[in-house]
Design a protein around this ligand. Sequence first.
Ligand SMILES: N[C@@H](CCC(=O)N[C@@H](CS)C(=O)NCC(=O)O)C(=O)O
Length: 253
Amino acid sequence: MQLHDNAFSPYALKVRMVLYEKGVDFELCEVWTDADRERLRTLNPRVEVPALVDDGVAIADSRVICEYLEERFPEPAVYPRDARERARCRRLELKSDGEIDACAYVLGLVKLFRPALDKERPEIAERAGEIASQHHARLEQELGDREWLCGELSLADLALAPHLRTLAFMGHPPGPEHPALAAWLERLSARPSVRRGIREMAANFARASSEPGFEAAPLHWRDHRIECAVRCGLGSWLDQELASGGAFLSPIA
Ligand SMILES: N[C@@H](CCC(=O)N[C@@H](CS)C(=O)NCC(=O)O)C(=O)O
């Protein structure tokens, strides 16, 4: 089984953490170069990481991959057994991969990828920070007094780990008004699968950010990320970036 990914991607990280939780052996094929991207194109026409190859069959999209892994390696389970909790887990995973990823992406845009934009327009980070607090408040409610979001540790927790760690890294940890969420994030971050994943994400970020041209590299925009960018006042900026090649959309595939 080969996993084509880059730990810098929160989706890739989610799949890695599921594989670590399940103790599945796999070969890592990281995507860094144009040649790697061409190889990825043959596995996933949207040219997005992660893509999994099992016995010569390619499977793309982190949610599809995680469901596949659960069916292929049922124990230990990363989806709740109860159908209602399972539905809740999928909803939280969607929220994580959609809205919360998007907020972290816009903050990453101004804090890491386009720092000049942050200097010119500091209100964008401010707006994204307010959105992050709204997500924290919502998750605090979802968590209530549970140890994990859906009772047992599940994909809902694992999916959120990369995004909430990224938000914290960019100056937006759960605040004192979100004590249950802060304690949950600490518990989650101490789990070996998550610790390992976060370490790999940090190493890949260090490598990517030390490459020449990091701050000018074209950025991938899609679905919720575009919506959040527009909410933060970046609509016409994004249009210009798309026109000038500073931004690109997933291919239609
Ligand atoms: N829905 C997809 C989204 C995957 C995705 O957007 N991956 C990004 C990295 S976070 C990517 O590979 N973008 C293309 C690129 O950066 O060249 C999934 O869950 O796997």
